[in-house]
Design a protein around this ligand. Structure first.
Ligand code: LLP
Length: 416
């Protein structure tokens, strides 16, 4: 589904023309469609309609408070990976009982904060972490529900930087150790160890790796649950691939939902999913201005005012984001072209192409499908401010994060 498209000459989202936003807001800025988030959430919810499951949005993909508010109202829970994400989720009124806390390196303070807030489940990634959580829960005189994150040693077929399911990756606990934890679970007096979790990577298009993990997990479940229903919660992660290149590569979500239903005893288990990108990718665009155009022999450079500090994905994963003009341009130029940012790094390249629109200096461009892992991964590199974020809802648009000022950036520094 396209949430940014042309009507006549103007790129629009919902009923707002991007050009009109740019009249008021200096570039670069992110803008999102509120209804895109709602639609994406409901597509997922409908895919699982006859199954009661917890959809825990991976807030790391985009954690703006207003976006968390939208998803909360649609009925989403969240998957968080830091005290900051947890605090934001609580601020957005996500019920603590709809929150799972993942991550391989939670600090003492983060664990204490999570337990004190009575969250649904902490997913644990080592035996040492399990002992630490038990001690903290004991001190607080509370009992915490726990999921054990498996390392299934099955890699989701994806870019090597976002694959998490192999034993050579830092995530999870190997199968045989997991079984042992469940056998010895009584040692951990302040933990209620009832969950299994896994997440094998991100931007996975094929169903096969999921099939393989489900099969392996089911064998373990059967073993552990043989005499009594020890495992009651199954958190099967996220990772559903999206079609950045518009290659008819949509993730087969209905097939996946059927696979979940046919693989597990869903009457006995609470199923949790942790989708991030699937809910946020096509909801947002990064709007930028062409500053300069130059040629080095037969190569053209279009230099924009947004760079890898605003959108890191192309530099980090060679990932593709379609770029289009905000006001339609008919002519293109067939010449090797790099669209680059102002950062002093050669990897600060948003797109390399052999043909691009014949843009002029001052034109606006939209870097599409930047709703996931765009703003949330941005930084102050080169002492550039975090940029403004705009939310479009029908025919209105509002600022949902202000652009940082220089004072915001410098305030924490202590000049000796
Ligand atoms: N659950 C856990 C435990 C995760 O680590 C992640 C993502 C998710 C869920 C959500 O995965 P998703 O459904 O969004 O694929 N920065 C990279 C992606 C890194 C994903 C890290 N973990 C990118 O821009 O492609």
């Amino acid at each position: 589904m396209k949430y940014f498209d042309y009507i006549d000459e103007d790129l629009r989202s919902e009923e707002v023309s991007i050009k009109d936003i740019a009249k008021n807001i200096p570039t670069p800025f992110y803008c999102y469609s509120a209804n895109a988030f709602k639609n994406n959430f409901n597509v997922l919810k409908n895919a699982f309609k006859d199954l009661e499951l917890k959809i825990c949005y991976a807030t790391k993909s985009n954690s703006n408070l207003s976006i968390l508010n939208i998803l909360q109202k649609e009925g989403a829970g969240v998957d968080v990976v830091s005290a900051g994400e947890l605090r934001k989720s609580l601020m957005a009124n996500i019920s603590p009982q709809d929150i799972v806390f993942s991550g391989v390196g939670k600090t003492y303070e983060e664990i204490e904060y999570a337990i004190s807030n009575n969250i649904f489940q902490i997913n644990v990634e080592s035996v040492s972490e399990l002992s630490a959580i038990n001690k903290i829960a004991h001190k607080l005189n509370l009992v915490q529900q726990i999921g054990i994150r498996l390392n299934p040693d099955i890699a989701g077929k994806t870019h090597k930087n976002i694959s998490t399911g192999s034993l050579s990756d830092k995530f999870g606990i190997p199968f045989d150790e997991v079984e042992e934890i469940f056998l010895n679970r009584e040692i951990f007096s302040n933990l209620n160890i009832v969950g299994i979790a896994f997440h094998i990577g991100s931007q996975i298009h094929d169903i096969e790796p999921f099939q393989a993990v489900f099969k392996k997990t089911n064998e373990l479940l059967k073993k552990i649950n043989k005499n009594e229903q020890v495992i009651k919660v199954l958190d099967i992660g996220g990772g559903y691939g999206v079609d950045y290149e518009n290659n008819n590569e949509e993730f087969p979500i209905l097939e996946y939902a059927d696979l979940v239903k046919s693989s597990f005893d869903t009457n006995e288990l609470t199923i949790v999913i942790e989708p991030g990108r699937y809910l946020s990718w096509n909801t947002g665009a990064l709007i930028t201005k062409v500053l300069y155009i130059k040629k080095h022999g037969n190569k053209k450079f279009i230099i924009t005012d947004s760079g890898m500090n605003d959108l890191m994905r192309p530099a980090l994963y060679d990932s593709y984001h379609k770029i289009v003009p905000v006001s339609k341009i008919k002519n293109t130029e067939k010449i090797p072209t790099d669209i680059v940012g102002p950062i002093c790094e050669s990897t600060d390249k948003l797109l390399s192409t052999s043909e691009f629109y014949d843009v002029k200096e001052g034109d606006l461009l939209a870097i599409l499908n930047s709703g996931a892992y765009g703003s949330s991964m941005s930084s102050n590199y080169n002492v550039r401010p975090l940029i403004e974020e705009i939310l479009i809802d029908k025919d209105t648009f509002s600022t949902i994060r202000k652009r940082q000022s220089f004072e915001d950036i410098i305030v924490q520094e202590i000049e000796l």
